[in-house]
Design a protein around this ligand. Structure first.
Ligand code: GDP
Ligand code: FE
Ligand code: FE
Length: 210
C-alpha cells in the first residue's frame, strides 16, 4: 500500500489524510513531522504484511506524537483535568505524550476508535495487551528508517517475520537501555516487558536452580 494512494473512508475521522497531515505539519517541528511520515510509511508496510486496517494504521501513525511538543505545564494540567494516572507526574513528556496524544485526538478531532486511540496511547511504553494496530505503531516508531541505535537492525529483521517477537525485542531493549542510563522506569513499561519478553515460568525456575 503506497501511502499517497490511501484514501480514508472517514469512518474513523472526519479528516482526510491530507488534512491530518496538514494539522501535524502545523503542530510539530519539521524534524518530528518528517519522523511521523516515516513512521506512517513503515507502519503501512507492516499493515500489509500482517493484514491490519490501513486507515487505522495511517491515522495512528500520523497522530502518534501529536502531543510530544506541547509545553510541560499544559501537559501537567491535562493529566490532572483528564483524570489520567497521576503517577505520570513523576515522569516527563516522554511518558506523557502517548496518553495525552490519545486524549487530544479524541477531544479535538473526534477520533473514537479504540484501536487507534490505544495505539497512540501505548506507543512509547506498550501494554500487556495490544491490538495489531498498536503493535504495528509500537514497532514502526522504533524501526523507522532514521533510527540508528544499536539493535535496530535486529528489530527490523524480527518485524519482517514476526511482529510479536519484534514487540518483545523492543520492550526488552527499552528496559535495558533505561537501566543502563539510570532512568526511572514507568511501571507500564515493566508490565509490557513481563507480558511480552519474559520466557515461560519453567525456564525462569530452571535458571534459579542452575
Ligand atoms: P519518540 O516519541 O518518537 O521519540 O519515541 P517514543 O515515544 O517511543 O519514546 C520516547 C522516549 O521515551 C524514548 O527516549 C524512550 O527511551 C523513553 N521511554 C520509554 N519508556 C520509558 C520509561 O519507562 N521511562 C522513561 N523515563 N522513559 C521511557
Ligand atoms: Fe513518541
Ligand atoms: Fe515517534
Amino acid at each position: 500500500m503506497k501511502n499517497n494512494k490511501l484514501i480514508y473512508s472517514q469512518n474513523y475521522s472526519e479528516l482526510t489524510r491530507s488534512q491530518l497531515i496538514d494539522i501535524m505539519e502545523q503542530t510539530l517541528s519539521k524534524r518530528r513531522f518528517k519522523h511521523i511520515l516515516r513512521v506512517e510509511k513503515t507502519a503501512l508496510k507492516l499493515a500489509e504484511r500482517y493484514e491490519a486496517d490501513y486507515e487505522k494504521v495511517s491515522i495512528a501513525a500520523l497522530a502518534h506524537d501529536y502531543a510530544k511538543e506541547k509545553p510541560d505545564e499544559e501537559m501537567r494540567d491535562l493529566i490532572i483535568s483528564e483524570n489520567l494516572d497521576l503517577d505520570m507526574l513523576q515522569y516527563g513528556s516522554n511518558i506523557w505524550h502517548g496518553p495525552l496524544g490519545a486524549v487530544l485526538m479524541k477531544n479535538e478531532y473526534n477520533i473514537e476508535d479504540d484501536e487507534i486511540l490505544e495505539a497512540i496511547r501505548y506507543h512509547t511504553v506498550g501494554s500487556p495487551r495490544m491490538s495489531k494496530v498498536a503493535q504495528i505503531i509500537y514497532v514502526a516508531d522504533f524501526i523507522e528508517p532514521n533510527r540508528s541505535f544499536k539493535g535496530v537492525e535486529d528489530a527490523r529483521e524480527l518485524a519482517e517475520t514476526d511482529i510479536k517477537s519484534a514487540v518483545a525485542y523492543i520492550s526488552r531493549h527499552t528496559i535495558s537501555s533505561l537501566v543502563k542510563r539510570n532512568t526511572r522506569i514507568y511501571p507500564k513499561s515493566i508490565e509490557t516487558y513481563n507480558a511480552w519478553a519474559v520466557k515461560n515460568k519453567e525456564d525462569q525456575d530452571d535458571s534459579f536452580v542452575n
